[in-house]
Design a protein around this ligand. Structure first.
Ligand SMILES: NC(=O)C1=CN([C@@H]2O[C@H](COP(=O)(O)OP(=O)(O)OC[C@H]3O[C@@H](n4cnc5c(N)ncnc54)[C@H](OP(=O)(O)O)[C@@H]3O)[C@@H](O)[C@H]2O)[C@@H](O)CC1
Ligand SMILES: [K+]
Length: 503
């Protein structure tokens, strides 16, 4: 699914008004109706509602929502933050419509705060939407601080007031902290960035019927992978296939004390459908791997029993994943440098293999094209240097992916798959229960399995990250977020594939 900037959404809005055609006040009514339908499903009419409106179209939405909720028998108090004489046209129309039914309280200066609110009130934030074009200061900032201080559950209309939809906020910016955001037609880019979590809460998107033709035509490099998008990536497995068709995968992983990382990645590789899974591990892990995973073929190499220090010729494999638990011994580094030089098909590069690449940047030029790096934020910074915020991290990942013609999987709450062509695909599955040791090892196994099955790197990364998160969500359902382990996640991969197959 596509993601758009606030500017692009405004253009889609204008196009819809002109070509559907629909009057802009009716489009606002549609948006307010979508919000109200959602709100009624989530919050009981027994709770009093206080709506805070600005004077632009976000405020206009708020006024229309006040009217629609009142018609649904909610007790509604409506406040307008009066910063100027005249609001937007649709704001003014909705103000008039509401004032025919009820009183609206104007808030013009700090002395009017705090506003008395019932203890069980629900707040709706319609102060600023995607039209925000500068940080909030003065009276509006005081009002937002007041709303946050009440600690009452707050729902943002379209986007939390004060949050920029598609560019970084300053560290001291004053922004509403909602428990949920209901956004029109598309999530905003800001929702998918880990640093904004407290300014978004749970987010929901309501269809307001923006013109499908113009949505299709409008180009973007930002996407998100939901079930429908992931489903479209899945290849059917035919009845007559035998193990050779599904590829030979190799994991190079493990060191003394970290053989578990090798086991987890190989296990995930098996569960993600590789025809033959092999593991190249240090000698000390031989019995462990053979016992834990009888389906895996095990090789050891090198004279040092505790680390992988030598890579035999590896031409027989369709895909190689390297890094989980590997350690950073100089002999391992030397062997990895040699492997990178020889390999021509894309590899999955994780954990210590990323750290070693960061220390040996000359390898990057020799890297097989379309290889996949899977860094968490710290590993990514080791690779490219410090970054100031989520937007800069994405920009640097795009630059890196383009320069080295690779894929960067930036792991986090909404893992971002950054492609060599400049596209960024945010994942929508997964949960905080996955922030545990072994979760990344599982992802490496999954990606290696998908590459071995001849998915191209971009598809493997998008699909693999989606399935990894979906399996994590199933593991959380069965075991709870606190108790779930990486093994639980791997055990759910089969169900995650099935669920997607039927999506
Ligand atoms: N897209 C769609 O399809 C649909 C969108 N809809 C809705 O429209 C919303 C966007 O509305 P919008 O463009 O009128 O902007 P909005 O956010 O209300 O701000 C208004 C004004 O605030 C001002 N201002 C800005 N920053 C400020 C600051 N820091 N401090 C103080 N003032 C500041 C600035 O005016 P200025 O002060 O510069 O004159 C600006 O013009 C969108 O979020 C959605 O809810 C739906 O109704 C229908 C379908
Ligand atoms: K808002």
């Amino acid at each position: 699914m596509k993601l758009f900037t606030a500017e692009q959404i405004r253009a889609l809005d204008r196009y819809t008004i002109e070509h559907e055609p629909i009057a802009s006040i009716d489009l606002m009514e549609r948006a307010a109706q979508a919000f109200t339908d959602w709100f009624v499903q989530h919050y009981p009419a027994s709770r009093p509602v206080a709506i805070f409106c600005g004077m632009g179209n976000n405020g206009g939405d708020g006024l229309a929502i006040a009217r629609l909720l009142q018609a649904q028998r909610y007790t509604v108090q409506c406040f307008v933050m009066k910063l100027k004489a005249q609001g937007s046209d649709d704001f003014e129309t909705n103000l008039q419509r509401l004032q025919e039914l009820t009183t609206v309280t104007l808030l013009e200066r700090a002395e009017q705060l705090p506003v008395a609110l019932p203890d069980d009130a629900l707040l709706i934030d319609a102060l600023f939407g995607s039209g925000l074009d500068r940080p909030v200061e003065g009276f509006p900032a005081q009002l937002i601080q007041f709303l946050n201080r009440t600690k009452l559950p707050t729902v943002a209309v379209d986007i939390a007031s004060g949050l920029f939809a598609d560019r970084p906020n300053g560290s001291g910016d004053v922004i509403v902290k909602p428990e949920a955001t209901f956004s029109f037609q598309f999530p905003k880019l800001a929702f998918l960035l880990p640093g904004n979590a407290q300014y978004v809460g749970e987010w929901y998107v309501g269809d307001i019927g923006l013109h499908p033709e113009v949505i299709q035509q409008t180009e973007t490099s930002w996407f998100y992978t939901d079930a429908a998008a992931a489903r479209a990536l899945l290849q059917p497995r035919t009845r007559f296939s035998h193990k050779g068709n599904f590829g030979r995968a190799l994991l190079i992983a493990g060191s003394y004390g970290k053989i578990g990382a090798a086991v987890l990645s190989a296990h995930a590789c098996l569960r993600a459908g590789a025809g033959l899974t092999s593991a190249l591990i240090p000698q000390c892990g031989y019995k462990i791997m053979q016992t834990a995973l009888p389906e895996v073929m095990v090789m050891t190499a090198g004279s040092n029993k505790k680390i992988v220090s030598d890579f035999p010729p590896l031409g027989a494999y369709d895909a190689i994943g390297v890094g989980p638990g590997l350690g950073k011994d100089f002999k391992t580094a030397k062997a990895l440098g040699g492997l990178i030089e020889k390999m021509i098909s894309p590899m999955v590069i994780d954990a210590d293999a990323i750290n070693l690449t960061a220390e040996n940047q000359a390898w990057l030029a020799k890297l097989p094209r379309q290889s996949i790096f899977t860094p968490h934020p710290k590993e990514f910074e080791r690779l490219v240097g410090p970054v100031a915020n989520d937007y800069e991290r994405l920009a640097r990942a795009k630059e890196f992916a383009q320069r080295y013609q690779c894929v960067i999987v930036l792991k986090g709450a909404y893992t971002a798959v950054v492609l060599w062509n400049g596209e960024v695909h945010f994942n929508t599955t997964g949960n905080p229960g996955m922030a545990k040791g072994g979760s990344g090892d599982a992802l490496t196994g999954i990606l290696t399995a998908l590459l071995a099955q001849e998915y191209d790197s971009a598809t493997a990364a998008k699909l693999g990250v989606y399935l990894h998160g979906a399996a994590g969500d199933l593991a959380a359902q069965h075991n709870g977020m606190i108790a779930m382990t990486a093994t639980d996640l791997i055990e759910q991969l089969g169900h995650a594939f099935e669920q997607l197959n039927h999506a």
